[in-house]
Design a protein around this ligand. Structure first.
Ligand code: BEZ
Ligand code: FE
Length: 272
């Protein structure tokens, strides 16, 4: 953050919080309770969970104002850099008998002119059929249901995975304590996370929800936006299954991404 902006923003936050304390006559005991709770979130390994539940969606909404291209969405606390690079045809890393319905996630990545972009990286991560994330929750193989793959020469991509369910965020730690005190539930609607990146374009963090899914209207992280909800199509006819050489029904989610230029990557003399 630029130094001037940091000073402006932090001093304003200080004033807002001081005013808040005066308004509610916050006691010394209550003050210490809050600082202990914040320290406890880190000690409990919740890192950004508490803040992402309450505030991240506001930050992405503000980032979307006046910006072209696909909607930005929250990243959440469970993204990890360095997921395995997959080879085509793309299948998300999974256990031999990974539970959950088959899902094909596909689409196209274009620029603002509608031209396809080849070689775009999609870094996808999502919960398993029990609503748990690898490398975060225990007893799941490393990098399970986390993987990176690329668009082809026509800007198209497709990956095979399993359908994640709605899930409960961790509720036994300080974030759960706060949500319980507010009488809120702990659920997020089912979703896929994806980071879409290419060296010439601004990296897009997205998150896609399934139309008609549970908790779309009451997401604990208040992060669902119309433009992020896509149709989940069930394919169950014999001809659809044999087209993909499958003997079971499967789901398909299609979502197209539009990337915007990363002006920082354009030489100054050209962007002036
Ligand atoms: C998630 O998308 O995984 C998430 C987002 C905010 C809080 C907790 C989880
Ligand atoms: Fe998630």
């Amino acid at each position: 953050m630029e130094n001037n902006r940091l000073k402006t923003v932090v001093e304003d936050l200080e004033q807002v919080l001081l005013e808040f304390m005066r308004k509610h006559l916050v006691t010394h005991e209550e003050y210490r309770l809050v600082t202990d709770l914040l320290i406890h979130t880190v000690k409990a390994g919740e890192e950004s969970l508490l803040y992402d539940v309450f505030f991240e969606a506001q930050a992405t909404d503000l980032g979307n104002v006046g910006r072209k291209g696909s909607l930005e969405a929250i990243e959440g606390p469970f993204y990890l850099k360095g997921a395995p690079e997959l080879t085509a045809p793309y299948v998300m890393p999974q256990r031999p008998e990974e539970a959950g319905d088959l899902l094909f996630f596909n689409g196209r990545v274009t620029n603002a002119e509608g031209q396809p972009i080849a070689g775009v990286e999609l870094d996808v991560w999502h919960a398993d059929a029990l609503g748990l994330y690898s490398n975060i929750h225990s007893n799941i193989p490393e990098w399970n249901l986390r993987g990176r793959f690329h668009t082809d020469g026509n800007g198209n991509f497709e990956v095979r995975t399993v359908l994640p369910p709605p899930y409960e965020i961790p509720k036994d730690g300080p974030t759960g304590t706060v949500l319980s005190a507010l009488g809120r539930h702990f659920f997020r609607p089912a979703h896929l996370h994806v980071k879409v990146s290419h060296r010439d374009y601004r990296t897009l963090t997205s998150q896609l929800y399934f139309r008609g899914g549970k908790y779309l209207d009451s997401d604990v992280a208040s992060a669902v936006r119309d433009g992020l909800v896509a149709d989940l199509i069930k394919h169950e006819s014999g001809s659809e299954m044999s087209k993909r050489n499958l003997s079971a029904s499967y789901f398909e989610l299609t979502y197209d991404f539009e990337l915007t230029y990363d002006f920082a990557s354009i030489p100054k003399e050209l962007s002036a």
